[in-house]
Ligand binder design. Structure first.
Ligand SMILES: C[S@@+](CC[C@H](N)C(=O)[O-])C[C@H]1O[C@@H](n2cnc3c(N)ncnc32)[C@H](O)[C@@H]1O
Length: 215
């Protein structure tokens, strides 16, 4: 008998942003697959399969195999699974292994993008929303950066490199930029400055960039 997979969004990282639905899915699952940091958010969890970035694909495959063997499996994804999350990867693996997508349920989570928008009082339906996570080709941002709208971006590389790329491509050094780092964690940091200054600053990889529209 086939099992079930929940692809569970866990929000930006702090417990406060977990949904009741995410907690319920994990509680009702035989196995929970996720990064150690993600698994630690849950107090009621049965068997765990923790992974680091290098092991991601192997562990996702293990999760799908467990579901094929009749188990209920929660696969945890930071933020929302459908925004630079594991959704497409799990769907692909499931398809390859013949696990029906009918037995997969996606549980949305609060994306880091949404929290960045909220922190900065941004109505994000009118912003350029871009993700460069896992992509080396970041030229696409140049198509929108001067279209009169504010841009919210998940950088593909270090924030300072992304800022330097924009400077190298003619964006004004005085363009206001806000970097939202480690949102929802105790050491959350929100820095508002100019593109020129951001290109000289160090941040961790866990950042969202909010780039104001040109005047
Ligand atoms: C693999 S993507 C996952 C995005 C996730 N699915 C979402 O909806 O937020 C990881 C990137 O998301 C951003 N991110 C995730 N959590 C964050 C947080 N708490 N604060 C700032 N940025 C975060 C960072 O840009 C990080 O490199």
């Amino acid at each position: 008998m086939s099992g079930k997979i929940y692809i569970v969004g866990i929000g930006p990282g702090s417990k406060e942003y977990l949904t009741l639905k995410a907690i319920e899915c994990v509680k009702n699952s035989d196995y929970t697959v996720g990064s150690t940091r993600a698994i630690e958010l849950f107090s009621d969890v049965k068997n765990t399969i923790a992974f680091n970035v290098k092991e991601l694909l192997d562990k996702l495959e293990e999760g799908v195999d467990l579901a094929i063997n009749g188990n209920t499996v929660s696969i945890l994804s930071t933020g929302d699974p459908g925004f630079s999350g594991v959704l497409n990867t799990v769907l692909r693996i499931s398809k390859e292994k013949g696990f029906s997508h009918e037995n997969i349920e996606v549980i949305p989570g609060i994306s880091s993008l949404q929290l960045a928008a909220a922190r900065n009082h941004i109505q994000w339906d009118s912003a350029n929303v871009m993700t460069f996570h896992g992509r080396e080709n970041i030229e696409d941002i140049l198509d929108v950066i001067n279209n009169g709208k504010l841009t919210i971006a998940l950088p593909s590389r270090k924030v300072k490199d992304m800022a330097q790329f924009l400077l190298d491509n003619g964006v004004s050094e005085d363009r206001p930029v806000t970097v939202c780092e480690r949102l929802s964690y105790d050491d959350e940091k929100i820095v508002s400055s100019t593109l020129k200054d951001i290109a000289k600053s160090e941040f961790t990889y866990m950042c969202i960039m909010v780039i104001e529209s040109e005047n």
